[in-house]
Design a protein around this ligand. Structure first.
Ligand code: ADP
Ligand code: ASP
Ligand code: MG
Length: 918
């Protein structure tokens, strides 16, 4: 059922007044409608669609309204069929997306039919996008753009097609005839708007409300078709609201209650489909509850019916901890208090209209938000906090329940020394703002009273600034006020949670998260209810800020975004280790390591939330994109929902190492087994270390020496605790350790090399090991760590590659020719053996004499260096504290597993530096 259009299609312009519901218009349409009065002294008119749309109840009503005066009739009816208020009623509200297509309307009808509540009232929004289309019609007409005609045709077409799909026979014919009639009326009205070049608010409200009229008619017809007796309520007959100055309306509950009783007495039914969004003024002028107002309609009706529950059906599983479109990791909140829901919606969580809360809260009616597309989700229950606290399904540990944002704001700052101690300044400021018709969203005043700042919608800020300047002209001229400044392009970020009250540290955590994401806070407000902390930030920072604070309160305590560079032997093993250990780290240690990118030299694979490490090889192979270091780093670091980022360089590449300085400067932590940076040019190394010390970014490289053995950290530990390093001597090459451990008895040197290669201990070309350069790099790393300023070229290196073979051919050729030189090495071994000694290839950092060497040395058979097996490394630190007996670290010092393990333990060290429990 719907009201007739106030303008007959045939009316001429002369009949129009600025009020579309003036007596003139009513008289014009008298021939089309039947008069009846809804309330004393306010004649109202409705099309008699009742008999067509609503079966016998409406028919009776229409007939009786003919017989007698409406008021007498209604008073009798109240006595006859009193509205049964209370728990027997369930209210459902279906949002636009729920009724967006004919299929969805059928689905909604199905849910209504299956709902076992004794009585139900269903509030329905316009089909999705329809309200926007209706507002657009008005915009076009107002700007005298004739395309409103075709735009209106599109509206007609959309509803016609939906009806054709849903209805048949009389139902269809009735709907279509009504639709055409409405469209014709709208066309006339839009034409009038177009000629006038202006639409009053009541014109506009009248036009836009049609979406709800049509969707309610369609839905009620389908419900009836499915066998459930059902009445359609045009809420303009029932809900009475008073307009306010701030684009809001205030319900008149008394009058609405009276009208509801009357309406029900004529339409007694256990299933009612009601239009959302629309209502009437006390003067019976159609109006709306303003954008997204259908939730509010449902809540008002819920209160009027004293319903058991109001269920708001929408397209998400409930209220999320943040807008799911902005924070992909937002979680569903199982329960919210009325206060929390109000704060969330007020600050921009548009899943619920902010004014929905008040009417139901008065009667303790719970609101449940549910997803029509996922019936298995239980949704969010909004109720009194006591009920919420008993529920243990909720994540109670976070004092902040959710975050919401409002964009398109401007901050106004009124500043001046003349404000302090002057009573009435705030009142004057906000009086001027009120006169400008602006809505103040938040206010902040420092206790020095030197400035008052507040946020208003950006579109209202010019008027506000002008009003303030006019109001304070004298104060500005006299210098009592120094300025009225407007800061445009702002957003509000609000953290909401009832448990924030009296929980210390919440704002510290919030501001810490914002600081880490490099976000500047321009204004702050916290009400003394402590349910909400509001910060004003730059609009462009808004999503980043939202993600950063959300992750700080909702993710595991230490979440690290990781980029793995070089998924070869070591990188690949590391990824597998991360895969195997991730769950334990998360559960036991609260460490959440997310690999957001893996890049090789040719291909990379990126993910926003974390790569599934059980299939990382397939993802890289099949879904990888062209490697691009800049894009890679930007992606891994750009994820601001994760406050910490580490890049793990598992290559042996100096090109990758050349980026470290830049990365550290940008605040990215770097972890690597790659020796190139620390053994490269001294100046670059010093710059890198200086930067590391200045900033809070970390650079760990334990696996550059001795793979997973604690060499660098042992050395750092000694130095940091004040020990003096005298000498570091060690077997740093697992390969050369293996070769000399097996170069015994009658075995030739070349045989030992071949065996090492076959066992997989050498580089593809064993000369890379035998040359000693790798050992020299480790020596230089430890030398520099000990404070020596040496270049790689300062280290004399005894190469074990015979001079003639240095440049010759392939690795295979080298191995073929190596036996020719066995004799020389055999002789050295013999000499050593004769002296009761063994040969060992060692690196030495002579800190006392500030030099380093890499050479083949002889050690007594009892010396720890002579006792090694396999590919063990051994490193002896001779220090002031460990002078007589050096501190020795020994163990397997080569191989992908242990090297990756060393890198992994650096990652965990980073996590503990960043706050993970030890
Ligand atoms: P309807 O048309 O059903 O009234 P709305 O578009 O008004 O739906 O509201 C639902 C939308 O609100 C969701 O699709 C979601 O994108 C958005 N939204 C914003 N903030 C939140 C939040 N905190 N929780 C859930 N949804 C949110
Ligand atoms: N259809 C109206 C709007 O889009 C009301 C609502 O859906 O809540 O604003
Ligand atoms: Mg909504």
């Amino acid at each position: 059922m719907a009201f007739a259009s106030p303008i007959s299609p045939s009316c001429s312009l002369h009949n129009l007044s600025s009020n579309p519901f003036s007596k003139h218009n009513k008289i014009l349409i008298l021939n089309k409608i039947q008069p009846f009065s809804l309330s004393h002294g306010h004649p109202f008119f409705r099309v008699d669609c009742g008999s067509r749309w609503q079966g016998k109840d409406s028919l009776n009503y229409s007939l009786s309204s003919f017989v007698t005066s409406a008021d007498i009739l209604l008073d009798e009816a109240v006595e006859k069929t009193q509205l049964p208020k209370g728990d027997t009623w369930s209210i459902h509200k279906f949002g636009g997306t729920c009724v967006g297509t004919s299929e969805r309307i059928r689905n909604v009808a199905d849910i209504i039919v299956k709902d076992e509540s004794e009585r139900k009232l269903v509030v329905v929004s316009a089909m999705s996008k329809v309200t926007d289309m209706m507002y657009d019609l008005i915009d076009r007409a107002q700007s005298r753009d004739d395309s409103y005609v075709t735009a209106l045709d599109a509206v007609l077409e959309k509803h016609k097609l939906t009806a054709l799909d849903l209805l048949e026979g009389d139902d269809l014919a009735n709907f279509l005839s009504r639709l055409h009639q409405d469209i014709n009326n709208l066309k006339a009205m839009l034409r009038a708007i177009s000629i006038a070049g202006h639409a009053t608010e009541s014109f506009s409200d009248f036009v836009v409300g049609h979406g709800e009229l049509w969707s309610a008619q369609l839905l009620s017809a389908v419900v009836r078709k499915n066998g459930l007796d059902c009445t359609c309520m045009d809420t303009r007959e029932v809900l009475v609201v008073n307009p306010t100055s701030s684009n809001q309306v205030d319900p008149d509950y008394m009058e609405s209650g009276r009208r509801l009783e009357k309406w029900y007495s004529h339409n007694p039914c256990n299933t009612i489909v009601a239009t959302g969004f629309i209502a009437s003024t006390p003067q019976n002028i159609p109006t709306t509850l303003k954008r997204d107002g259908s939730d509010f309609s449902a809540a008002i009706l819920g209160a009027l019916f004293r319903a058991r529950q109001v269920t708001i059906w929408t397209d998400v599983d409930g209220v999320y901890s943040a807008d799911p479109r902005k924070v992909s990791e937002a979680v569903i909140l199982k329960k919210l208090s009325y206060q929390e829901a109000w704060e969330m919606s007020y600050f921009g969580a548009n899943v619920l209209h902010p004014r929905t809360i008040i009417p139901v809260m008065v009667y303790d009616i719970p609101i449940v938000i549910r997803n029509i597309f996922n019936l298995s989700a239980r949704g969010t229950m909004i109720c009194r906090p006591a009920g919420c606290e008993n529920e243990n399904g909720q994540r109670m540990e976070s004092p902040v329940k959710g975050f919401a944002t409002i964009d398109n704001l401007a901050l106004v700052n009124v500043e001046g020394t003349g404000m302090a101690g002057v009573p009435g300044t705030a009142s004057d400021i906000f009086g001027a703002v009120r006169d400008a018709g602006a809505n103040v969203i938040m206010i902040s005043q420092a206790s020095s009273e030197h400035s008052v700042c507040f946020a208003v919608p950006e579109k209202e800020v010019n008027a506000v600034a002008a009003a303030l300047e006019a109001r304070f002209r004298q104060a500005l001229d006299a210098g009592r006020l120094s300025q009225i400044a407007v800061i445009p392009n702002c957003s509000i970020l609000a953290a909401v949670g009832q448990k924030m009250a009296s929980t210390p540290g919440v704002s510290a955590t919030l501001f810490n998260a914002l600081a880490k994401a490099n976000i500047n806070v321009r204004a702050i407000a916290q009400g003394c209810s402590e349910y909400n902390i509001t910060v004003v930030i730059k609009r462009e920072d808004c999503i980043r800020a939202l993600q950063a604070v959300h992750s700080r309160f909702y993710l595991s305590r230490t979440t690290i975004a990781m980029g793995i560079i070089g998924p070869g032997l070591i990188g690949g093993t590391l990824l597998d280790q991360l895969r195997d250990q991730a769950a334990v780290l998360k559960e036991k240690f609260n460490i959440d390591l997310r690999v957001l990118g893996i890049t090789g030299s040719r291909t990379m694979f990126l993910s926003n939330t974390g790569i599934d490490l059980s299939i990382w090889r397939d993802l890289l192979r099949e879904k990888g994109e062209k490697a691009d270091m800049q894009k890679f780093v930007q992606h891994v670091h750009g994820n601001h929902s994760i406050p910490n980022t580490v890049l793990v360089d598992c290559t042996a590449d100096s090109y990758v190492a050349s980026y470290y300085h830049d990365w550290l400067r940008q605040g990215l932590h770097v972890i690597t087994p790659n020796k190139k940076a620390n053994s490269g040019p001294l100046e670059q190394y010093l710059k890198l270390r200086a930067l590391q010390r200045q900033s809070y970014t970390h650079y760990f490289y334990e696996a550059t020496v001795g793979a997973g053995l604690p060499i660098v950290s042992t050395l750092q530990g000694l130095l940091e605790t004040g020990d003096k390093i005298l000498r570091i001597e060690g077997i740093f090459s697992g390969t050369l350790s293996y070769i000399f451990n097996n170069f015994v008895g009658t075995r030739a040197f070349s045989e030992a090399v071949k065996e090492a290669k076959e066992a997989g201990y050498t580089e593809p070309d064993p000369r890379d090991d035998l040359s000693g350069t790798d050992v020299a790099r480790k020596v230089i790393i430890l030398a520099r760590e000990s404070g020596l300023k040496l270049e790689l070229s300062d280290i004399p290196v005894q190469s074990l590659v015979p001079e003639p073979l240095k440049a010759s051919g392939s690795a295979e050729e080298f191995l073929l020719q190596l036996p020719q030189f066995d004799e020389d090495m055999a002789e050295r071994r013999q000499e050593a053996e004769a002296a009761g000694e063994v040969l060992r290839y060692v690196g030495v950092v002579d800190v006392v004499n500030q030099k380093g060497t890499v050479e083949l040395r002889r050690y007594k058979k009892e010396h720890p260096f002579a006792q090694l097996s396999g590919s063990d490394n051994i490193i002896a630190f001779t220090t002031q504290r460990y002078e007589k007996q050096p501190l020795i670290v020994r163990g397997p010092g080569a191989g992908a597993e242990v090297t990756a393990g060393g890198v992994f333990s650096d990652i965990l060290r980073l996590a503990s530096y960043l706050g993970a429990p030890s």
